[in-house]
Ligand binder design. Structure first.
Ligand code: SAM
Length: 304
């Protein structure tokens, strides 16, 4: 709490006060679906008055009291709607995938962002999704299948040790990294932070460093890498970026990230305690939590 409080002071945002205040449940109607029909079907199931999420097409928020009904409704089961936080969707969109691109999702399960990437490709190009944890890998496969994205190539592997032919070959890479998930902590639910420790933050930072290095090696020269976490710790965010940029022989530079309208962000930090990081790290965005958004860190890098 002390660390999140200090971060809130630096970002001029009430982060500790917003812990546990979950955003409204948000869902997206995939481009293959008919939006008015889907909303009418949702209403027939008793989930009424969804509100459009500003700045995100085909994306709707429902009332907190319908939170438990949504995951079990048949529209989710048959892939007619995808439940996904607004920040998650923005982060996948920041990849900027376009039809014909070759795209890598390096830590992909359960696949919410992979689905956004697959839609952006519109069936043209190449999408590879890597996941290291077996049970999660099979969940990823099932989710892609249910949404009808059979062409996505799935790979069960440690993202730090991907096959050699992946190197220097992708136009765009998403690394939505495993993290300490501090932005999901709820003071009223000790289970959400039971496994947190400073050691976990350090362990995660080491893993993220390895994964980001791999993501950058997989991008072609000039290719784009998006790095994201739902952690508050600067060690897992700005410090991870800083370890890969700012030197004459760095593989990448941080470039500005555009998360679209309707979302409140702050620049990445350039200092934390005694640590100092290059100015380019401030081009990253810290998404602040609000009624629609979960807190996130998102950075865009260009491979040199
Ligand atoms: C934040 S989650 C990804 C969420 C996903 N992008 C989505 O939007 O649905 C991070 C994922 O990375 C996986 N992971 C952990 N270590 C990994 C590694 N070394 N290589 C690849 N994936 C890893 C975790 O199992 C987890 O599924």
């Amino acid at each position: 709490m002390e660390r999140i409080d200090e971060l809130g002071r630096q970002l001029d945002a009430p982060l500790t006060a917003s812990l546990g205040a979950r955003p409204r449940p948000v869902f997206r109607v995939p481009v293959s679906g008919d939006e008015p029909d889907t909303l009418a079907a949702l209403e027939r199931l008793g989930i009424r008055n969804p509100e459009p999420v500003p700045g995100l097409p085909r994306t709707w928020a429902i009332a907190h009291e319908d939170r438990d009904a949504l995951p079990h409704c048949e529209l989710v089961e048959n892939g007619a709607i995808h439940i996904q936080g607004a920040s998650s969707q923005r982060c996948a969109r920041a990849v900027g995938a376009e039809p014909g691109d070759r795209v890598l999702d390096l830590a992909a399960a359960p696949g919410g962002k992979t689905l956004v990437l697959a839609e952006a490709l519109g069936g043209r190009g190449d999408l590879v999704a890597v996941e290291a944890v077996k049970a999660r890998f099979f969940r990823l496969r099932a989710n892609l299948e249910r949404a009808g994205h059979k062409a996505v190539r799935t790979v069960l592997a440690d993202g730090r040790r991907v096959p050699r032919p992946f190197h220097d070959s992708f136009d765009r890479v998403l690394l939505d990294a495993p993290c300490s998930s501090e932005a999901r902590f709820d003071p009223a639910d000790p289970e959400t932070f039971a496994r947190w420790s400073l050691k976990k933050v350090r362990d995660m930072a080491r893993k993220q460093w390895g994964l980001l290095g791999s993501a950058l090696r997989c991008a072609r020269p000039g290719g784009i890498v998006v790095y994201a976490t739902c952690a508050y710790s600067p060690e897992e965010n700005e410090a991870t970026l800083a370890a890969h940029v700012g030197a004459p022989d760095s593989l990448a530079e941080v470039i500005p990230v555009d998360l679209g309208p309707g979302v409140d962000t702050r620049p990445g930090l350039t200092s934390w305690g005694r640590k100092r990081w290059p100015d380019e790290v401030s081009r990253a965005a810290r998404v602040l939590p609000d009624a629609f958004h979960e807190a996130f860190f998102v950075a865009r890098l260009r491979r040199r």
